[in-house]
Design a protein around this ligand. Structure first.
Ligand code: AGP
Length: 619
C-alpha cells in the first residue's frame, strides 16, 4: 500500500507533492511526509496522521525547492510514529527515499550496514534501503562525463541488486540538484511527462491535474528524472524506449461535490456507473454480449471447460456471484478462490481452464501474484478491472474494464456492483454460446438494461434505511443472512459494516444458521435477512421465524409484493421485482446504505476507516 509522489521542475515542489498525496491518501493514511531539495540540503517534514496535518506542518517551513518526493503510509514494518514515517534519510543525510512495498531481506541489509557504521533511526524496512544506496554511492566512482552515466542512478541500481521484495521508490540525493531516481518491482509507479517538469506517482490520480502524458514503469525498471529529460533503464542497464500513454482521467470523478463522503457519492453514483459499465457490451440484436478485449475467439471460448475466478475481499464476493450466474445460466463449472490462497495452493487444473481475476484497483498484490502464477502455468488470464493501465490490466491476456471512474472511498461500492453486472454479462455471453435460446437472451439483456433504474428505486428508500440505521447503530454484533446468489451479498453486507463502522458482523448462508451460528441469536444481535421472491421463499421465511423464536431482531429485505407472516420482520426493506441476474445488484444497495448510515451515526471516518487502505499492495 502507501502512496509515493515525486516532482522535479521549475515550480515549488512542496504544494505539488501535497496535492498529489491528497489524491493518494486512499492508499494509506497512518502518516505522511515529504522531502525537498533546498540548495545542498534535503529538508524533511513528516507527521503521523493525514496529509492535512503534514500540509500544516510544512507551511511555516517555506520550502522553495523545485525537487521533492512525498509519501503517505500504511504501516507494515514499525508502528505509526513520526520516526517510521517516510521519507527516510540515510544516516549521513545525503539521500532521502520514499517506498511503497516491503523489503523482505531488510534485516540482513541492516546487519551488514550496521557493521560498517551506518545508523538507523526507525524500525522500517525502508531505512535499510536508503542506507544501502548511500553505501553504494560512497563506493561508486564518478563516471567520465562523456559516458552520460549518472552516479546517482548507478548507486540506486547497484543497491537494488541486493534487495528482495517489492518496491516502488523515489530517491533524492543532496549532491544532485534537480534529479530524482525512481524504480519499481511489484509496486506501481507512473511517470508524468509535463512541460519542463516531471512527476512521479503510485497512481495517475496524483498527476492527472498537471499532465495527461504518462509512462507506466514496468517491473525491474529504473527511472532518472531531471526537469527537461527522463531516461528509463532496466536492472541490466539496457535503455528502455519509453511508451508515452495519454490518459483521459476525469478529475471531477475524484471530487466530493455536494456529498459528505466519497462512499455516499459512490453509492448514489451507481445507476450511472452501471450504465457506463454496460455501454457497448450488448450485441446489436440485443440477445447476447459483446466484448472487445477478451482476445479470445468465440470458438476458443467454446472450448473452455471450467472457469476459475480469483479476487480478494469485495471482489471475491463478486466472483462468488458470477460463479452462481455462470453455472446457473451457462452450465459451465466454475471455481472461486481467494487470490491469496490460490497462488500458494498449487491446485490441480485441467488444461481447458480459463481464469478471470477481478480487481477494482488492478494493483492488489495477492491478485496480481495469482494472475502471474496462472500465466506461468500456461493458462490464459482475463481481468475485470476498473483502473486503466494498472498492473493487472497490463499483465492479463485480455479483459474487461469496469468503466465506473475513480472509486475513492476505501469501502468498495460502485466498483462492486459493476463487477456483479459484468459477471452477469459474462454468464450471458457463455450461456448464449451454449444452451441459452435467442429469446431468453433477449429477455436477459432487457433485464440487465433495467438494472440502473431498479437501483434508483432502491436508492429512493435511503431516508427510511437511514432511520433503520439509527435504530441499529448501538449494536455490537450483527448477522447477514442470504441464500444462493444473495449469500455473497450477505458476506458483502457484513464486510461493509465491519470495515467502516467497526461493528462485528458475520455473513452466512441462511440455512447454515441452524448448524451453529444460531447460538449467537439474541435480542442483542440483529440479523439482516435477504428473503426475495423465488422458489425458496418459504424456506427463507422459516429461517427468519427460527430467529424470531429466539427473540432475535430482524431487518428483512424482500421483494415488493411478497407477503411475510406478521411479526417476522422488525424492519422491512423492499426490492423491486427483477430478473435473477439483476437481483444481487439490487439487493446490494440496502446493505451499502445501512452500513454507511450506521458508520455516519457512530461518527466513524467512513472514507478512511482505521487500519485499512484502498489498494493492498503488500502480501
Ligand atoms: C472493499 O470494500 C475492500 N476495501 C477490499 O476488500 C477490496 O475489495 C480488496 O482489497 C480488493 O481490492 P481490489 O478490487 O482493488 O483488488
Amino acid at each position: 500500500m502507501c502512496g509515493i509522489v515525486g516532482y522535479v521542475g521549475r515550480q515549488k515542489a512542496a504544494p505539488i507533492l501535497i496535492e498529489g498525496l491528497k489524491r493518494l491518501e486512499y492508499r494509506g493514511y497512518d502518516s505522511a511526509g515529504l522531502a525537498v531539495l533546498q540548495g545542498p540540503r534535503i529538508e524533511v517534514v513528516k507527521k503521523t496522521g493525514r496529509v492535512d496535518v503534514l500540509a500544516k506542518a510544512a507551511a511555516p517551513r517555506r520550502l522553495a525547492g523545485a525537487t521533492g518526493i512525498g509519501h503517505t503510509r500504511w504501516a507494515t514494518h514499525g508502528g505509526v510514529t513520526e520516526a517510521n514515517a517516510h521519507p527516510h534519510l540515510s544516516s549521513d543525510g545525503s539521500f532521502a527515499l520514499v517506498h511503497n512495498g516491503v523489503i523482505e531481506n531488510h534485516a540482513a541489509i541492516r546487519r551488514f550496514l550496521a557493521a560498517k557504521g551506518y545508523t538507523f533511526a526507525s524500525e522500517t524496512d525502508t531505512e535499510a534501503l536508503v542506507n544501502l544506496i548511500a553505501y553504494h554511492h560512497a563506493k561508486e566512482p564518478e563516471p567520465a562525463p562523456d559516458t552520460g552515466k549518472s552516479r546517482f542512478l548507478e548507486s540506486v541500481r547497484r543497491a537494488l541488486m541486493h534487495v528482495e521484495g517489492a518496491y516502488g521508490i523515489a530517491v533524492l540525493c543532496a549532491a544532485c540538484p534537480g534529479e530524482i531516481v525512481a524504480a519499481r518491482k511489484a509496486s506501481p509507479l507512473v511517470l508524468g511527462v509535463g512541460d519542463r517538469e516531471h512527476l512521479l506517482a503510485s497512481d495517475v490520480a496524483a498527476l492527472a491535474s498537471r499532465t495527461q502524458n504518462v509512462v507506466y514503469l514496468k517491473d525491474g525498471e529504473l527511472l532518472h528524472l531531471t526537469p527537461g529529460r527522463f531516461a528509463i533503464i532496466t536492472q541490466d542497464e539496457e535503455d528502455v524506449p519509453p511508451v508515452v500513454d495519454r490518459i483521459t482521467w476525469d478529475t471531477a470523478g475524484a471530487e466530493l461535490g455536494d456529498h459528505r463522503h466519497f462512499m455516499e457519492k459512490e453509492i448514489f453514483e451507481q445507476p450511472a456507473a452501471l450504465e457506463n459499465a454496460m455501454r457497448g457490451r450488448f450485441s446489436e440484436d440485443g440477445s447476447t454480449a459483446n466484448f472487445g478485449g477478451l482476445n479470445l475467439t468465440p470458438a476458443e471460448l467454446r472450448q473452455v471447460g471450467r472457469l476459475v475466478l480469483l479476487g480478494c475481499g469485495t471482489a471475491w464476493h463478486a466472483c462468488l456471484v458470477a460463479e452462481h450466474l455462470v453455472e446457473r445460466f451457462a452450465r459451465l463449472p466454475v471455481e472461486v478462490d481467494y487470490a491469496s490462497e490460490f497462488r500458494y495452493r498449487n491446485t490441480p487444473l485441467d488444461r481447458d481452464t480459463l481464469f478471470f481475476v477481478m480487481s477494482q484497483s488492478g494493483e492488489t498484490i495477492d491478485t496480481l501474484g495469482a494472475l502471474r502464477e496462472a500465466r506461468r502455468k500456461g493458462f490464459k488470464v482475463l481481468a475485470i478491472n476498473n483502473t486503466v493501465g494498472s498492473s493487472i490490466a497490463r499483465e492479463a491476456d485480455g479483459g474487461i474494464y469496469q468503466h465506473v471512474g475513480p472509486e475513492i472511498g476505501v469501502a468498495s461500492t460502485k466498483a462492486f456492483t459493476s463487477q456483479l453486472l459484468l459477471g452477469a454479462i459474462i454468464a450471458l455471453y457463455i450461456a448464449r454460446m451454449r444452451d441459452m435460446s435467442y429469446n431468453d437472451g433477449l429477455e436477459y439483456v432487457k433485464a440487465l438494461k433495467a438494472a440502473p433504474g431498479l437501483v434508483r428505486r432502491v436508492l429512493a428508500q435511503a431516508p427510511r434505511i437511514r432511520e433503520i440505521a439509527r435504530r441499529h447503530a448501538h449494536y455490537k454484533d450483527m448477522l447477514f443472512l442470504g441464500r444462493l446468489s444473495l449469500f455473497p451479498i450477505a458476506l458483502e453486507g457484513a464486510l461493509k459494516l465491519k470495515e467502516i463502522s467497526y461493528i462485528h458482523a458475520e455473513g452466512y448462508p441462511a440455512a447454515e444458521m441452524k448448524h451453529g451460528p444460531i447460538a449467537l441469536v439474541s435480542p442483542e444481535c440483529p440479523a439482516v435477512f435477504f428473503a426475495p421472491k423465488g422458489e425458496i421463499f418459504n424456506k427463507l421465511v422459516s429461517s427468519i421465524q427460527e430467529i424470531k423464536a429466539r427473540r432475535g431482531r430482524t431487518i428483512v429485505i424482500t421483494t415488493e409484493g411478497c407477503e411475510l407472516p406478521p411479526g417476522v420482520a422488525d424492519e422491512l426493506i423492499h426490492l423491486p421485482d427483477c430478473h435473477e441476474a439483476v437481483l444481487p445488484i439490487v439487493a446490494t444497495i440496502p446493505v451499502q446504505l445501512l452500513s454507511y448510515y450506521i458508520a455516519v451515526e457512530l461518527g466513524c471516518d467512513v472514507d478512511k476507516p482505521r487500519n485499512l487502505a484502498k489498494s493492498v499492495t503488500v502480501e
